[in-house]
Design a protein around this ligand. Structure first.
Ligand code: SF4
Length: 680
């Protein structure tokens, strides 16, 4: 018998917890936490403890599949046949008519290769991934204000903050191991302010719970700044020496008095004044946020407002301060870092910049397109119009994750050719012409970048299941079949060396340096120790920039026909579209299906009972879902988790998006709730 423990990174959220995969005679038999890991410290959440189940699920794809035209059924084909068909079809597409979706579940190396494949082989910048749907506003917003669209500080530093302001992050459920640091901080006496329309587990521990009406975050943050400026509590030295644009900010926030903000947000003015005082009086204050503020048509405005508040009070560039977006997927940070975005190459280097483009043309020995490409939602719109002919999807499931999925279905069905590369036959893969079986995280080497910019190794523990192959190998084989000679790599380590050679923020990262512990970018050279917190002496853009941001309402508000606000999100037991967690016994036992949270008073008015199935309708679709009567949501607001195909929240959501980041508004749309059957 041969037994080994293989150290790797959890495939779920962006906390980047490490654990050991236990392997007995080549079979995966369990998981052991890693005590020495800097974040997880021997702990895991329930998803992490059970992250081996789905790997050995009987549903795993083991062979390439092709859909037969005559009956719409899949048949198994060889890898050679599959790649031949894909090559022929993609070669027929003009660069504008083809697009690629990369994946936050795949490694940095795979995302880098996918964006290189799109740009160097297909000659298109139409490459994007699900960061568009979660933190595109972060990349844009923090980029505008600070010059770097990532978490400013490290997870461990949260423990030593004097005040933590959590806005739009259900941290205990979505990032449980980061919540552990919030709890430890709380025990040490850190003041905790939580702004969230729902009663989330964290609100029980909060000193102040600010329960804003969904979509009013800009007004709330402006209200904080109004109080601070009125009292003269701003950090004048920091503002003078390190920022620009202060006058513009001052002019805008002066009308957001606590009284005015109470009218907009519903939060009592006294509470706004007191919370602002607590935040500004702390020696070091951290802002923590997540998709509660990014997934809005004002997502960028929300993020910029967080930056404004941090700069106004001098809470940037020091330990335990900053603006800290928590990224939802294991490698969503890395997929952005290595350029799986339509406007930038790796390291956020613009495709429109001639010098940068020339650098990549030289490195890849080919001409590259100069126009930024389509984002996820734009791809679906163009496919629906017939302008996009083919999409290649690696490890994403837009049939559950994208807004307005009836529209997404029409768009994907309208394509001439759809390829999906995944580990399961997802809702999206079912619509594909060709499905390619990829390996899970346990069957390949590579790196993931955690939410605090920490680049860490994932390691192959078992052989690929069936004929599945690692995504990086599939991309290389396909690129070579398409005629490219620049996809010859012997290992992911070699791909990382190429990433480092063209990406200044990853310049000093190589596998030999991250065997034991990850490195946090920016890490520009082999001697650089990595960067625990950003903007120490100066901001990445030089001076930090304030923007005066006016409050704007969400794109769709409740009315007589659709009187409720629907807000969507996740639960602790499931992850994203449920592809992996719904194939995990322990997680299904805890939460087998979807539900809608409805406030007690609303349920009474609608004569709705606990456990009853109701219809929820929006202007875009209708679903049936089980009722959970609760005080977690306020009156007039309902909440539905989006993991469940049988009650898909995104059949209802609005694809209206932020004009700059193009992130859809998942957090606010108008719906009505109807009783399905009248009880006797
Ligand atoms: Fe995995 Fe996140 Fe849980 Fe850590 S907190 S074990 S990274 S899901």
């Amino acid at each position: 018998m041969e037994y080994k423990n293989v150290l790797t990174v959890c495939p779920y959220c962006g906390c980047g917890c490490n654990f050991y995969l236990q392997v007995l005679d080549g079979e995966l038999v369990g998981i052991l936490p890693c005590k020495s890991h800097v974040v997880s410290q021997g702990k895991l959440c329930i998803k992490g403890w059970n992250a081996s189940d789905f790997v050995i699920s009987k549903d795993r794809l083991t062979k390439p599949l092709m859909k037969m035209k005559k009956n719409g059924k899949f048949v198994e084909i060889s890898w050679d046949e599959a790649l031949k068909v894909i090559t022929e079809k993609l070669k027929q597409c003009s660069p504008d008519a083809v697009a690629v979706l990369s994946s936050a579940k795949c490694t940095n190396e795979e995302n880098y290769l996918m964006m290189k494949f799109a740009r160097a082989v297909l000659k298109t910048n139409n490459v994007d991934h699900c960061a568009r749907l979660c933190h595109a506003s972060t990349v844009v917003g923090l980029g505008k204000t600070f010059g770097s669209g990532a978490m400013t500080n490290s997870i461990g530093e949260l423990e030593d903050a004097d005040c933590i302001f959590v806005i739009g992050s259900n941290t205990t459920e979505q990032h449980p191991l980061i919540a552990r640091y919030l709890m430890r901080a709380r025990e040490k006496g850190t003041k905790l302010i939580v702004a969230d329309p729902r009663l989330i587990p964290l609100t029980q521990f909060a000193d102040y719970h600010l329960r804003q009406r969904p979509g009013t975050d800009v007004a709330l943050l402006n209200g904080f700044m109004n109080v601070i400026l009125k009292e003269g509590w701003e950090d004048k030295k920091f503002i003078n020496e390190r920022t620009e644009g202060f006058e513009e900010l001052k002019e805008v926030v002066k009308k957001y008095t606590p009284k005015e903000v109470e009218k907009i947000t519903g939060i009592p003015k006294e509470l706004i004044m007191e919370a602002a005082r607590i935040y500004v009086k702390a020696k070091s204050a951290s802002i923590v946020y997540s998709m509660g503020i990014t997934q809005h048509t004002t997502g960028v405005d929300n993020v910029v407002s967080c930056s404004n508040l941090a700069m106004l009070t001098g809470n940037v560039g020091r330990p335990s301060t900053g603006v800290n977006p928590l990224r939802g997927q294991s490698n969503v940070q890395g997929a952005c870092d290595v350029g799986a975005l339509p406007n930038v190459y790796s390291g956020y280097q613009s495709v429109a910049d001639e010098n940068i483009r020339a650098k990549f043309e030289k490195a890849w020995d080919t001409e590259l397109p100069s126009q930024p490409g389509l984002t996820v939602v734009e791809m679906m719109n163009e496919a629906a119009k017939g302008n996009l002919k083919a999409i290649y999807i690696m490890g994403e499931n837009p049939m559950l994750s994208d807004p307005d999925i009836n529209h997404v279905k029409k768009a994907l069905e309208n394509l001439e050719f759809l390829v999906v590369q995944d580990i399961f036959l997802t809702e999206t893969a079912q619509l594909a012409d060709i499905v390619l079986p990829a390996t899970s995280y346990a069957e390949r080497d590579g790196t993931f970048t955690a939410t605090d910019r920490r680049v860490q190794r994932i390691r192959k523990a078992i052989e690929p299941i069936g004929e599945s192959k690692p995504d990086w190998q599939i991309i290389c084989e396909l690129a070579r079949k398409m005629g490219s000679e620049r996809f010859e790599y012997s290992s992911p380590a070699e791909i990382m060396d190429e990433i480092a050679s063209v990406t200044p923020i990853y310049g000093g990262i190589g596998y030999e340096r991250i065997e034991d512990i990850g490195l946090q970018w920016p890490c520009p050279s082999k001697e650089h120790p990595g960067t625990p917190y950003l903007h120490q002496e100066k901001f990445s853009r030089g001076k930090g920039k304030f923007f005066g941001i006016e409050f704007k309402e969400a794109a769709e508000l409740p009315d007589a026909d659709y009187p409720f606000i629907l807000t969507t999100g996740r639960t602790i037991f499931h992850y994203h579209t449920g592809t992996m967690t719904r194939r995990t016994e322990a997680l299904n036992r805890e939460l087998p299906t979807g539900y809608v949270e409805i406030n007690f008073n609303d349920a009474e008015k609608l004569n709705i009972f606990e456990g009853e199935i109701v219809s929820v309708k929006s202007r875009r679709g209708k679903i049936e879902v089980k009722v959970l009567i609760t005080r977690r949501v306020p009156e007039g607001v309902i909440f539905i988790p989006f993991h469940f195909a049988e009650s898909p929240a995104n059949a209802l959501t609005n694809s209206a998006f932020d004009p700059v980041a193009k992130i859809p508004e998942y957090k606010v749309c108008a719906v009505r709730v109807e009783k399905k059957l009248s009880l006797p």
